[in-house]
Design a protein around this ligand. Structure first.
Ligand code: ASP
Length: 434
């Protein structure tokens, strides 16, 4: 049995956090592969190493003095080395990086040093072998991961060293130059390694005890979700729940490797288990999420329902302007196309004009719409959920502007006016989850 254990930046912000990580890793012999992010924030006012490196790159690029920023980066790594009495000569790595700083240094390379140096310190501290992600995570030149080659390299490294620390967030092109994943990508590194070694569990350690059933900025102390399916997680993340990097699930899902989200500051808490099938029938609703800033194009035309191809023609106009469509609630001679506000800022009037001229439709716009997703695998074949939703919103004098439920019955999407967003979530949480 093998476990990939990934620690996020807040679990690695200082020597005290490093000590917690060591305790966690050493408490289970299955934790043989450790993936690290770069040193994170020590408190709310602090800056992550990754962000400092991006800022450093901008200073270099525009020829702005960067001594202060460099000093901030240098001192954070040095402090951890000293406080933990490590022997790894991190100063040499830092000095050699300093020597490479120039206008033309690759941003991906420079930023990846956050994870690289953090992993160097962690490998010394744990006594695990350091393996550079550039030698494991292989990108094709089109930016896609070459899974076959990556798997081969990961297996070789694992059989050679047995216990390893790997920096997250980057890999390399075939010519060896470093390529970053997108922000938060260390989650994906952990997931790729889990897939390559077909491990029994992928653990993702952060500073919260799992996924919360609602946004804590809106709901006070929401409860943590015990178990959630990959699909439910996808729905919640897509609708704004900020949990794992969006692409984390894909590599492990096909092999049915569970992901356990855990809290480095509360390791006894079971956290959230993410897997293909969850048997737990305790809750009908797993969680709520939501996003603001949508716009609805309400398109009406007499006898539209008899006109074959009408919907396609309308959608072609949105496609032409590269606008991604979120929902299409429909009536008999009318339907709405709901899109993110940001995607039509430049082309709203062009789209309206084309819908009118080419399709002869009446078009009105409803802006400032917020969407709320009520997500739950146990909603299938359950009656009364929509009833409760309407009753709750009605009692709070909230008007439902649109409603959508997919055939899988995994979620119900409710569109409300933006001003009613917080109250909608609060009242739904109280009724459906608390
Ligand atoms: N350090 C990177 C970031 O801040 C990657 C990660 O933490 O996953 O985005």
């Amino acid at each position: 049995m093998l476990v990939v254990t990934k620690f996020g930046g807040s679990s690695l912000s200082c020597a005290t956090q490093f000590a917690k990580v060591k305790k966690i890793v050493e408490s289970d012999a299955k934790r043989k592969i450790v993936v690290v992010s770069a040193l994170g924030k020590r408190d709310a006012t602090d800056t992550k190493i990754t962000d400092l490196l991006y800022i450093l790159h901008a200073h270099l690029k525009f020829g702005v003095p960067y001594d202060d920023i460099w000093e901030m980066i240098y001192s954070r790594f040095k402090a951890i080395k000293e406080e933990l009495s490590l022997t790894y000569p991190i100063e040499d790595d830092l000095d050699s990086l300093f020597g490479m700083l120039s206008k033309s240094i690759s941003e991906d390379f420079l930023v990846s040093r956050g994870e690289y140096l953090t992993a160097k310190l962690m490998s010394d501290y744990l006594g695990y072998h350091f393996v550079d992600a550039k030698d494991l995570i292989c990108f094709n030149y089109d930016g896609k991961i070459d899974y076959a080659l990556t798997e081969k390299k990961v297996k070789v490294a694992f059989s050679e060293f047995g216990i390893l620390v790997v920096p997250g967030f980057y890999g390399a092109y075939p010519n060896g130059s470093v390529k970053l994943l997108s922000r938060g990508g260390s989650d994906v590194t952990g997931s790729i390694l889990s897939k390559c070694l077909n491990v029994s569990m992928y653990e993702n350690w952060t500073d919260v005890s799992g996924i919360l059933a609602a946004d804590p900025r809106i709901i006070k102390d929401p409860k943590a979700i015990k178990e959630i399916t990959y699909e439910e997680l996808r729905e919640l993340s897509y609708m704004g729940a900020n949990v794992l990097h969006e692409e984390t699930v894909f590599p492990v899902q096909s092999l049915n490797i569970p992901i356990n989200l855990k809290n480095t500051n509360d390791p006894e808490h079971p956290g959230t288990l993410i897997k293909n099938v969850c048997d737990d029938k305790e809750n009908i609703i797993t969680g709520l999420a939501g996003k603001k800033d949508f716009v609805s194009f309400n398109i009406t035309k007499d006898h539209m329902s008899n006109e074959v191809g009408f919907l396609r023609k309308a959608l072609t106009i949105f496609e032409k302007y590269s606008v991604s469509v979120e929902h299409i609630p429909s009536g008999i001679d009318t339907f709405s196309v709901v899109v993110p506000k940001s995607s039509i800022e430049r082309c709203q009037y062009e789209i309206i004009t084309e819908l009118k001229n080419e399709l002869g439709a009446d078009v009105t716009i409803a802006s400032d719409i917020a969407l709320i997703a009520v997500v739950g695998r146990n909603m299938v074949n359950q009656s009364g959920i929509c009833g409760s939703i309407f009753e709750t919103l009605g009692k709070n004098k909230i008007n439902v502007k649109l409603l959508a439920q997919g055939p899988s019955e995994l979620n119900i999407i409710i569109g409300v006016s933006q001003k009613d967003y917080e109250l909608s979530l609060q009242s739904l949480y109280k009724k459906l989850i608390k």
